[in-house]
Design a protein around this ligand. Structure first.
Ligand code: FUL
Length: 506
């Protein structure tokens, strides 16, 4: 007979193991800077449309010099509903319009300026593009944003302190008449005005005005504070792309951090300022008959290198001089949308029979979750329900796989009954808790049971789509190798791009 102490000891062990699995570990604390609710909503829009429209549409210039006569702006068939319908059908969630480009011409009757639609022949000076587009956006369920260039080659006061106040009033006029604005786009360009002088911009005044009048609007500039320029106009976020940026001591324009820093962001940066990737579907920002839209393949490359690299894609589709998006561009956008649909319609990770995690928050041992009867959750411990790797496969944004705070290296593995083929791996970090992962790799299992590494990458962020050669395998493993705090992921998905399978990480 065993010593009674042995029984006590066994009972104690049993009870403590029960406690281990039934007591829910608290969720991970946020790490570092995190997005505001508005920044999170913005990031989840993923693709927005940019519209460059104004006197340049009629003169064929990229930068008007401010001397253009107002009557040159005369779109014969303006129909903003056509723009918003196309935007929605193509999958864009918002539209940003150049309300005032560097030439100073305002697409709305701005009382602060003598160089606006009100002075033009268009609709006898009664037209207002901001009104028409904001109404069309509301009708179509697309969010509305405004680009206003502080650089003004027409304003007589440009280059004097008085201009900052004129610009503040200009903002006030644009931001108070057209409903909710989701993004205020500030161009950092700072050239000379009509009197040959440059302006010293009062950025705190401009930003405060936006914050006051449209508190939910994100301010875009080279340095944010809502979102940042990605540092190029080629449609390319960094293969490493942090949503964090150090901006103390920097300003938009010439005072911005180097462009490659904007492309990559700052690991452990001080502020959450995610990257926005602005690029034009055409060679220029404004419409020209002689130019043509990019191919679907190029648009897919841009998608993978923007949305697929933790950026938001702002694709410029410039309306023509009729005030319509050209048929060629519209057709190209529909082909692009169809290509995206063909890739992302089927997630092959959903066919997995099991998912195994090296770690699950609050659990001592690796956990395997059978995916065949996922509805039967009752047999799972509270921790596995809350933090298990099966959460990576549901489409609920707020459920995630998490590990203990001390664990910074961990893997998840998907097992299939029969081999699956895929060439795109989509990963998402649960960014409401911060951006954490700084290095990961992907392995596939070879027929002999050995693992082969098919990708080694760095950041994930809101979304990372890794481009692989076509893989056919019965098991795939995502290994987090380095993370600034315990990794927290909310999605793993596997897709097949057969049309543009030649696109690779570069
Ligand atoms: C730049 C401008 O100079 C271009 O004309 C264009 O508007 C682009 C989006 O931003 O800074």
């Amino acid at each position: 007979m065993k010593h009674p102490f042995t029984y006590f000891f066994l009972i104690f062990l049993f009870l403590s193991s029960c406690q281990q699995s039934y007591k829910l570990a608290p969720p991970p604390e946020p790490y570092g800077p995190v997005p505001t609710e508005a920044q999170l909503q913005w990031q989840r829009m993923e693709m927005n449309m940019f519209c460059h429209f104004g006197p340049n549409t009629f003169t064929g210039k990229e930068w008007g010099d401010g001397t253009e006569v107002e009557d040159i702006f005369n779109p014969t068939q303006l129909d903003c509903r056509q723009w918003t319908k196309i935007a929605r059908a193509a999958g864009f969630k918002g539209i940003i319009l150049t309300a005032k480009h560097h030439d100073g011409f305002c697409l709305w009757p701005n009382p602060e300026s003598e160089h606006t639609v009100a002075q033009s022949i268009w609709r006898n000076g009664k037209g207002d593009v901001l009104k028409e587009l904001s109404d069309a956006c509301r009708q179509e369920g697309v969010r509305f944003g405004i680009y206003i260039s502080p650089w003004d080659r027409n304003a007589p006061t440009y280059g004097t302190p008085a201009y900052n106040e004129t610009f503040r009033k200009t903002l006030e006029s644009a931001l108070t008449q057209y409903g909710d604005i989701f993004e205020q786009w500030f161009d950092g360009a700072n050239g000379e005005g009509p009197n040959g002088k440059r302006q010293e911009y009062d950025w705190p005044l401009f930003n405060n005005t936006v914050h006051q009048l449209q508190p939910q609007a994100l301010i875009f500039s080279d340095v944010g504070p809502g979102c940042r320029w990605v540092g190029n106009e080629e449609g390319r976020a960094g293969r490493t792309c942090w949503s964090l940026l150090n901006t103390d001591g920097f300003t938009p324009g010439a005072g911005a951090p180097p462009q490659d820093t904007l492309t990559v962001g700052n690991r452990q940066g001080k502020y959450w300022i995610p990257a926005e990737v602005d690029v034009s579907i055409r060679p220029g920002w404004f419409y020209r008959d002689s130019e043509h839209p990019k191919s679907v393949e190029e648009l897919m490359r841009i998608y993978y290198q923007s949305v697929g690299r933790n950026g938001l894609l702002l694709l410029n589709v410039p309306p023509d001089s009729r005030g319509l998006i050209a048929a060629e561009d519209s057709a190209r956008l529909m082909e692009f949308a169809a290509a995206l649909q063909s890739v992302f319609a089927q997630d092959f990770a959903q066919n997995a029979s099991e998912i195994k995690a090296s770690h699950v928050r609050g659990e001592k041992n690796p956990i395997t979750q059978n995916l065949k009867n996922r509805t039967q959750k009752t047999s799972l411990s509270a921790n596995v329900q809350a933090y298990g790797a099966a959460n990576l496969l549901d489409t609920s944004y707020h459920s995630y796989w998490a590990v203990d705070d001390t664990v910074h290296k961990a893997w998840v593995m998907l097992d299939f009954d029969k081999p699956e083929s895929f060439n795109r791996v989509m990963l998402q970090e649960y960014i409401p808790l911060g951006q954490r992962v700084s290095k990961f790799h992907i392995d596939i299992m070879l027929p002999d049971g050995k693992w082969r590494t098919v990708a080694t990458e760095t950041t994930i962020g809101y979304k990372r789509i890794v481009l692989l050669p076509m893989c056919t395998t019965k098991a795939v493993r995502i290994c987090i190798d380095e993370s600034l705090a315990c990794p927290v992921l909310n999605r793993v998905a596997l897709f097949k791009d057969e049309l543009y399978s030649n696109l690779a990480e570069e």
